[in-house]
Ligand binder design. Structure first.
Ligand SMILES: [Zn+2]
Length: 208
């Protein structure tokens, strides 16, 4: 890929935007008020705004390997705090995807250096759901299911934070778990039962 192409694309994009709306960039420069926080995988196929048909200013985005929400990761926790407390987003989405290299790596026993502690969080998801996963004989189906369960557990990790608990109590913020199917382009809502998870984990993780 020639990098010049990127700058040519950018010039064309500016022209397209201005031909639809001459004030487009003046408005964009005034600030942001996104209603969604999207936590997705860094995978080049999971393009957040594009796959949702949304544009600049509409989504606050964080992406990392395998869309993880780890309580000790200052990066993701800062994004959640800023989006929820300051930008006051209405929905927080964890979006995984089938054929996720990070999830696949966690199912194998290779030593991947600095990636080991990161992928260990996915192995923890496997351990929590070991009975269900070990009962799936088809390797591909098991892999797909781990992708879904990983999304679910990262939603649980979000619900453990004070920012999410407070915003859900005070202004009805909700957490959603989605999976992007890279084979069909379809976005699937896993319909995670936010209210019930919140109730069931409150006993241990409740923060005032
Ligand atoms: Zn991935």
């Amino acid at each position: 890929m020639k990098l010049e192409r990127v700058f040519q694309n950018n010039e064309k994009w500016i022209k397209d935007k201005l031909s639809n709306d001459p004030e487009y960039f003046n408005d964009l420069g005034k600030g942001q008020k996104p209603e969604l926080l999207f936590i997705g995988c860094s995978d080049s196929r999971v393009t957040s705004e594009e796959l949702m048909g949304l544009g600049p200013g509409e989504v606050f985005v964080h992406r990392n390997i395998a869309n993880m929400v780890t309580g000790t990761d200052l990066n993701v926790m800062s994004v959640v705090e800023y989006a929820v407390i300051h930008l006051k987003v209405k929905h927080v989405i964890v979006c995984g995807h089938y054929a996720c290299g990070g999830v696949k790596a966690a199912m194998q026993s290779a030593d991947l250096g600095i990636l080991n502690p990161w992928l260990r969080n996915i192995r923890d998801v496997y351990r929590i759901h070991k009975t269900e996963l070990n009962n799936i004989d088809d390797e591909e189906k098991k892999y797909d299911r781990l992708v879904e369960l990983n999304v679910q557990e990262q939603c649980v990790n979000l619900i453990k934070t004070a920012a999410i608990q407070k915003a859900s109590r005070e202004r009805g913020l909700t957490v959603h778990g989605w999976v992007f199917d890279v084979n069909t382009g379809k976005l699937i809502d896993l319909k995670i039962d936010f209210e019930n998870i919140l109730k069931s984990i409150r006993e241990i993780y409740h923060l005032d």
